[in-house]
Design a binder for this molecule. Sequence first.
Ligand SMILES: Cc1cc2nc3c(=O)[nH]c(=O)nc-3n(C[C@H](O)[C@H](O)[C@H](O)COP(=O)(O)OP(=O)(O)OC[C@H]3O[C@@H](n4cnc5c(N)ncnc54)[C@H](O)[C@@H]3O)c2cc1C
Length: 449
Amino acid sequence: MSRQVVIVGAGPAGLAAAEHALRAGAQVTVLDQAETPGGQYHRKPLDGYAAGHSSPEFDRRRRLLAHPRCRWWPGSTVWAFDRVENRLHVLRGQSDGSGRRRLTLVPDALVLATGAHDRTLPFPGWELPGVYTAGAAQALAKGERVAIGKRVLVAGAGPFLLPVAESLLGVGAEVVAVLEANPFATVRKGWSARPWRLAAHLGKAVELARYAATLARHRVPYRLGRTVIEARGTDRVREVVTAKVRADWSVVPGTERTHEVDAVCVGHGFVPQPELAVAAGCVLDGGFVRVDDAQRTTVDGVFAAGEITGIGGAITAVAEGAVAGCVAAGGEPAPALIHARDRALTFAERLATAHPIGSAWRDWLREDTIVCRCEETTYGELTRAARDAACPGSHALKLGTRAGLGPCQGRMCGPAVSELCGATERHHRPIAQPIRLGELAARTEGDPE
Ligand SMILES: Cc1cc2nc3c(=O)[nH]c(=O)nc-3n(C[C@H](O)[C@H](O)[C@H](O)COP(=O)(O)OP(=O)(O)OC[C@H]3O[C@@H](n4cnc5c(N)ncnc54)[C@H](O)[C@@H]3O)c2cc1C
């Protein structure tokens, strides 16, 4: 009998895993909390699907998910994993609707491809309406064709700022500037060493040229070594202060400038979403799920691929997903698949060295700067608690200040709060995704097939 492979996440990594698990003969179930496949990278307006949008990529995805050995479950959130029974707990139905069904699945092999979400560092005024994460701005522009403002400044670190600026221009916003905090020397050093090792990512160079041309056409300046250090306004953001920063992101005094804007979009890279991997008992390295050459995690039968194992873009996610899907189905990955994955990983390494997060970002903070937006914990409260002997250790510090314990459960502020508290560990939470009390109390159904 063929193996039952369950894949959580239908982004580039999950879809590649599905394709290769099917090729290796498995019965495949692909789940995603989103209504459409594609993850963050292939995000398209829902009406695009409704209208029967056609492109080679869309058609390939449709064929894959319609395969007779593939079950596709959109709108399905995996909210827990019981590692004793090897059981996935799933809620099926619209997350904002009532009547979601509770189901469980017991797979032979599990591929976790749950991706990453935005990382945004705090700065004075970042809680003002009109300040968006780069991912949110991108999701609104690509998914809903909505611009976050009329005059928008894009700032942070990493090449992701470029597609965001392009999308904003595409939906009619004026982009005041795109600011990369890392100075030219850091970015050049990161990308220019042994360029032939980036051969797998030649398409990225073409993409880069397209972004450069778009910014030039719209006269949008792209500045390195400058970033947003403050957002100002009463009811919403009205202006932002930018400053020149050194390699460690400390501000060069006297270089501050103000810009009139009605929205600002900030992105400081991505952080993985490893909650299910943590629930399964997988070991993490620096927040990312540890995998071996075959994308096996440290837990038998659990595989991981894509941005939960490292931030490397869609090509790397696909290459990892292909290996994970094949091995999870009991297949032997062809040397070409392994080679493609290894070459793709070079991009992830470059990304990390060319666009690091400077440690001096905390110097931008003031006593009253909010670090946890849900609980409105300020930087002053956090530092005072850190000096208080009654709050020994990062866990007690979080409990004492409530930083990271609000409705977003640290998704927004977690990495920054952890860094400010000196915490490195990730705590196991039995519930990986929000669930209503009524749903928790509801009867659980087994696998319907
Ligand atoms: C908001 C955002 C926008 C982005 N836009 C772009 C872009 O325009 N261009 C670009 O080059 N890169 C973009 N990126 C980077 C992009 O995420 C990666 O390059 C690529 O999509 C990674 O693929 P992945 O398969 O690892 O993860 P993802 O594409 O993130 O896919 C993960 C999938 O897992 C699902 N999932 C997560 N947890 C659960 C759960 N518990 N239950 C069920 N489903 C779950 C999610 O709904 C998601 O569809 C974006 C990233 C983010 C966070």
